[in-house]
Design a protein around this ligand. Sequence first.
Ligand code: FPP
Length: 246
Amino acid sequence: MVDDRLAQLKSNGDVPRHVAIIMDGNGRWARSRFLPRTMGHHKGMKSVREVVEGAIEAGVEMLTLFAFSRENWSRPSSEVAALMDLLADYVAKETSRLRKNGVRTRVLGDRSSLSGAALEAVETVEQATKDESRLQLGLCISYSGREELTRAARMIAADVEAGRLDIENIDEQAVSSRLYTAALPDPDLLIRTSGEQRISNFLLWQIAYTELYVTSVLWPDFTREDLFEAILDYQRRERRFGRVSA
Ligand code: FPP
């Protein structure tokens, strides 16, 4: 079944180059099993491995995952600590596998708020995978779309003030090039798990023309087969970018 879907999406062609995912539902997955929420995050880490490998099989070039929002800092401190430990755990367990699979990994977000250990984990995985190019994996951590845009505005203002940029030359490229995703094209497909139909402050600028796909599957249950299903759905759509059909 999973192989059939993979073969089908490959024969359809037009695989999305950049897939972004809002990984949601870890807490509900755990609650339904009478487990602590952190067990949901643990199981969710396995789904991360699953989609990274599925993305490579499908030929996706960039995968951007929403792992921890700036707003998530307001969760109970024990849950925040567990999520930060999980990040370090992910880096410790997965770095060699990421490198073997050719996955360049970068962390997008406000790293000034990360603790020493989390920051060290981030720098370790970025450094260890910097020469890889098969898949570009973006882990959004302490990320907020509004903060990203505000930061870009601050950078533009500083460049104008210093005489490096003329106001007339502030265009969309001037904004895009100052985002955490500066090096990446916009996502073609955004997947959200757990059935919630919200953007939750994720990639606000970048998703202007992105196709949205919401599935009721909870993140810890999400497999590469679900990723292939989302890509097949994307391939059935007509992207018009505000224009009329051909
Ligand atoms: C949303 O579920 C998920 C998160 C806030 C954390 C996502 C983290 C992982 C998938 C694991 C860590 C991955 C890496 C790469 C370090 P929720 O807790 O909001 O679920 P709920 O809405 O059901 O409560």
